[in-house]
Ligand binder design. Sequence first.
Ligand code: PEP
Ligand code: MN
Length: 295
Amino acid sequence: MSIETTPGGSGAALPKAPYELAQRRPEHGAGTTLEIAGRRIGGGAFATIAGPCTVETEDQTLSTARIMRDVGVQFFRGGAYKPRSSPYSFQGLGQEGLDILRRAKDETGLPIVTELTDVRDVEAVAEVADVIQVGARNMQNYPLLIEIGRSGVATLIKRGLAASLDELLMAAEYVLAQGNPNVVLCERGIRTFETSTRFTLDIAAVPVLKERTHLPVVVDPSHAAGRRDLVLPLSMAAAAAGADGIIVETHPDPANAVCDGPQQLHASGFGAYLRQVEAAAALAGNVPAPVSVPA
Ligand code: PEP
Ligand code: MN
């Protein structure tokens, strides 16, 4: 990343570094702290984003959101538009799901993280989302990244199933280059030959990304593991490795979840899980920040 950005001897501008806005510089110190809807993430502030894989019903969503508020998570997640591998799988409730997320936000005060899969839905999703999620399958959907950049809404970009860390950073750069500074990166497991887990969680991605960028880095242990019993150890490993947060799936009744049931944590046990993850985060010097109320 040493390419000059100043004009060259001929007067012609040399190429810019491929992710010069995302790139870490000495003045970034412990990293950038983003403040999104009164919640802080990065630069020492550890944030937990939790909720179901998908919005199924109002009751399932609101009951989960109430538990998440009570145990102190910072953001509530839930998909209304789902990027499913099979076209015959449940695709999400769409606008009805967004309406349910709005009710969850109004009742609990939790900011919403929800996925955008299609540029045509950007306005509808931006109405409700405090953070627009870009799924792994869309990490290199450049028109989508540009629209999110233009929307000005914060975004969480997941690493593609077979994307390098530099490719993830260049995806972030598409959003930053539109003047939108609120970008969170997410390691969620990559494709390898190993079939024991759904994906292979690349823990090294955390320190490597933090070396290359000032942006917050979170880990999704749920989609990496594919198995509930691995979610706690992977979360603790991520937190201890210096992740700025986690994004994790939880459901009141995982056995009957519409999607990703085997990996969703029981919502009733989420508080005990979270305390262990936060203890691991403290080992790396990261602690949850209090909610900041505007003066
Ligand atoms: C999700 O978070 O619900 C999801 C679909 O994740 P990913 O894009 O990482 O597969
Ligand atoms: Mn899921």
